[in-house]
Design a protein around this ligand. Structure first.
Ligand code: GDP
Length: 515
């Protein structure tokens, strides 16, 4: 019998952050291969089953690529249970990614060795920093033409204001890539196979290569930090690995390090209390909702990150806010098009709960119904569009569809106080395409997303009397979000600045946390 805290301590729930094309998918595939199975339901499975899962995965991977609909992938390695959260693979930076990171305890940052830090890496990193999420760095594609390793390491330190500690140091790159030297064990991993220690390292490298390596190692040891678990876990220091995801080189080192040093499930902040993973009471929060995964059923799955307690299938959990009791009879894990029922799960695990629209992003589920997790944000959209329906008779239908898609987090919706047209807001432009095609495919609605007069949105807060005064004098810009919260739609940054100056008592928030 393992105890709740032992089970929780084995969990490593993490996400991979990277700029498109850096190699996230390739790295994911190799991590899953090392894990030997694609997903497991919170406990060790029979060997035969693990083998079957592997071949299923191969098939799915060939058919449609890995990051299509899988939200989380569970696998084991070195006695640790990994829950790898998939962040959306498309080019656009979306709210979905932000929210997924709220469910992660740590992250792996993949960097293309030829490119260094790219725009999306930086944005995602900033989100991790907001939550002090510890990050391990994998500098990928060393088997190709790469930048100087000192350059890369300095860039990470400078641009991200992060202390860095290389765990290994590369010899050569591209066609001349020879392998990496482990700065801690002083062993050399030969690119192409094998690990050498002591004098064998010297025998393997040419004299020039060896001299250069030792000079560089001296510089690294003198100039850069040693790995320090506490600093890493505080989000202040990132260990760096050099490797090649495609050639499965140094991926195992990364995974071993994750198993050993990455944090177990974190303490979660709730209203009026702190929830520890080892708390008896089962609790978790919804960080993602996916609807219509199976076109034959209007199903909807809420992804719940467990925060405390030992979850058992059949349990009844209470939804925060509504106080509704929900029997969880078919909790599932996902892999691409596959689902599997889970019998028990632990803090750090992600379970999918099928439901008919009851569960929404930001909801807390707990046994007592008294826990309310905070911190799942709505973000101020950067693009606001007006929805123009080709068939005006379908206005009601549109309202339903938009509300449903907003609950999933595909878009945000705003109902202006004046006028009847819906405004949708997104963070990245690709979300607009997704919205339009889903309106058509799933709801049979032909709609255009026209330019709107608005440039940005802010949630309004303050003393009720002040808010009322503000709303009265700004009716033309007022709208309600899907929960009825007041939002000010500004026509320009200038207008926003102007009203902010005119109404100093009003708080203009860029994010709104669901409570
Ligand atoms: P993602 O967009 O971050 O998921 O990137 P992918 O994993 O799809 O990789 C993008 C491209 O880079 C693909 O063509 C991969 O085969 C290639 N790639 C990924 N990792 C490596 C690597 O370590 N070495 C080389 N040479 N190519 C790689």
């Amino acid at each position: 019998m393992t105890t709740l805290s032992e089970q929780a301590n084995r969990r490593r729930t993490f996400a991979i952050i990277s700029h498109p094309d850096a190699g996230k998918t390739t790295l994911t595939e190799h991590l899953l291969l090392l894990g030997g199975a694609i997903h497991e339901a919170g406990r060790v499975k029979a060997r035969g089953e693990a083998r079957r899962a592997r071949s299923d995965w191969m098939k799915i991977e060939q058919e449609r690529g890995i990051s299509v609909t899988s939200a989380v992938m569970t696998f084991e390695y070195h006695d640790a249970v990994f829950n790898l959260l998939d962040t959306p693979g498309h080019e656009d930076f979306s709210e979905d990614t932000y929210r997924t990171l709220t469910a992660a305890d740590s992250a792996v940052m993949v960097i293309d060795a030829a490119k260094g830090i790219e725009s999306q890496t930086r944005k995602l990193f900033e989100v991790c920093r907001l939550r002090d999420i510890p990050i391990m760095t994998f500098i990928n594609k060393m088997d190709r033409e790469a930048r100087d390793p000192f350059d890369l390491v300095d860039e990470i330190a400078d641009q991200l204001q992060l202390d860095v500690s290389p765990m290994s140091w590369p010899v050569g790159q591209g066609l001349n890539f020879r392998g990496v030297y482990d700065l801690y064990t002083e062993e050399f991993s030969v690119y192409g196979g094998g690990r050498l220690g002591g004098s064998h390292v010297e025998a393997h490298l040419s004299i020039e290569e060896k001299i250069q390596l030792m000079e560089e190692v001296d510089l690294v040891t003198a100039g850069l930090s040693r790995f320090d678990e506490a600093e890493y876990r505080a989000g202040r220091l990132s260990p760096i690995f050099f490797g090649s995801a495609l050639k499965n080189f140094a991926v195992a080192d990364l995974l071993t390090h994750l198993a050993k040093h990455a944090p177990a499930p974190r303490t979660q902040t709730a209203k009026d209390r702190i929830v520890e993973p080892a708390d008896e009471e089962v609790s978790g929060f919804v960080f993602k909702v996916q609807a219509n995964m199976d076109p034959n059923h209007r199903d909807r799955v809420a992804f719940v990150r467990l925060a405390s307690g030992e979850f058992k299938r059949g349990m009844k959990l209470t939804q925060s806010g509504t106080g509704k009791q929900i029997g969880i009879y078919n909790p599932i894990l996902f892999f691409a098009q596959q689902r599997e029922t889970v019998d028990d799960a632990y803090p750090g695990d992600i379970i999918g709960i099928p439901n008919h629209g009851v569960l929404r992003v930001g909801d807390t589920l707990s046994e007592s119904g008294k826990i309310v997790f905070t911190g799942i944000p709505n973000f101020a959209p950067e693009i606001l569009r007006r929805v123009k329906l080709f068939d005006p008779m379908k206005q009601k239908h549109l309202a339903r569809a938009l509300t449903s898609l907003a609950e999933e987090g595909v878009t945000q919706v705003f109902k202006p106080t004046i006028g009847s047209q819906w405004i949708v807001g997104v963070v990245g432009p690709l979300q607009l395409d997704v919205l339009k095609s889903r309106l058509k495919a799933e709801y049979g609605l032909d709609a255009d997303l026209e330019n709107s007069p608005y440039d940005t949105a802010r949630w309004i807060g303050g003393e009720p009397a002040d808010v009322e005064k503000f709303v009265d004098s700004n009716k033309g810009g007022m709208a309600a979000d899907r929960d009825g919260a007041p939002v000010f739609l500004a026509k320009s940054q200038w207008e926003l600045g102007y009203v902010q100056e005119k109404f100093p008592k009003i708080k203009f928030a860029k994010t709104r946390e669901r409570a």
